[in-house]
Ligand binder design. Structure first.
Ligand SMILES: NC(=O)c1ccc[n+]([C@@H]2O[C@H](COP(=O)([O-])OP(=O)(O)OC[C@H]3O[C@@H](n4cnc5c(N)ncnc54)[C@H](OP(=O)(O)O)[C@@H]3O)[C@@H](O)[C@H]2O)c1
Length: 216
């Protein structure tokens, strides 16, 4: 199967959390990391999140001109099996195009001309089949895909072994909470099946540390 090159980027606290205990967005990155993230986004053909992130954070998923001059604005992709993306979600604004991938039979219509909804096969959990979605994106010309979260989506991509690069920025904070979202949520591994990573680079970035891994 042809698929895009897949990069995961996320920011976590020193205790591995990616949001507040109430799942709200919380400042973890520093200015240097935010700048790196926008440049990375601008260098990708598409940026992908799960519906969980759309509903909690309502991100625009665009590239800010403050950080990148003449941004090219990647395609925004939302994995949304049940068709829950609100018509007023900021990720549907007219700054870029948006592709909502939904399960067969759950297709909603949107008035915005920049929004496309496609139906897709689901996996055994009823989620969008990651392999099918990547094949679809490749056929649409996407060669470099940035996956930004949240934890359930990141887990799915890692579990399906379709990740080429993993960047984690570790901010100098403790958030705590046993149910607080982490980098990789989902059901987790069964015994002896850890997903092994090779460390490519570790560097201090502003107030935190950036680790670049390659999954084996
Ligand atoms: N710090 C960071 O870098 C960062 C970045 C992004 C998000 N976040 C945080 O992450 C949290 C949201 O994460 P989340 O885990 O609740 O939601 P999520 O990963 O954004 O979305 C998960 C949802 O996507 C849908 N989905 C469709 N296909 C899927 C697939 N193949 N695999 C997994 N999910 C699929 C499912 O809902 P349906 O069944 O309805 O389709 C699933 O419940 C928020 O607290 C947000 O603030 C942090």
């Amino acid at each position: 199967m042809n698929r895009p090159y897949v990069i995961i980027n996320c920011a976590m606290s020193a205790d591995g959390k990616i949001a507040s205990p109430t799942r709200k967005q919380i400042l973890i990155s520093c200015e240097e990391d935010i700048k790196r993230m926008y440049r990375l986004r601008n260098n990708c053909d598409a940026v992908l999140v799960g519906i969980g992130t759309i509903l909690t954070d309502d991100p625009k998923l665009t590239v800010k001109e403050t950080y990148v001059q003449h941004p090219k604005q990647p395609l925004r992709v939302i994995l949304d099996s049940k068709g829950r993306t609100p018509p007023k979600a900021l990720a549907l604004n007219d700054v870029s195009k948006t592709l909502i991938i939904t399960a067969k039979g759950n297709k909603k219509t949107y008035n915005q001309s920049n929004v496309e909804v496609v139906e897709c096969d689901t996996d055994s959990k009823g989620f969008i089949d990651v392999t099918y979605a990547l094949d679809l994106l490749y056929k649409k010309g996407i060669r470099k895909l940035l996956v930004e979260g949240g934890g359930t989506i990141i887990w799915s991509f890692l579990k399906n072994r379709v990740v080429d690069d993993l960047y984690t920025f570790i901010g100098p904070y403790i958030i705590g909470g046993k149910d607080t979202p982490t980098v990789a949520d989902g059901e987790g591994i069964t015994t002896g099946e850890q997903i092994t990573l090779i460390i490519n680079e570790v560097k201090q970035e502003g107030s935190g540390v950036l680790i670049h891994y390659h999954p084996v």
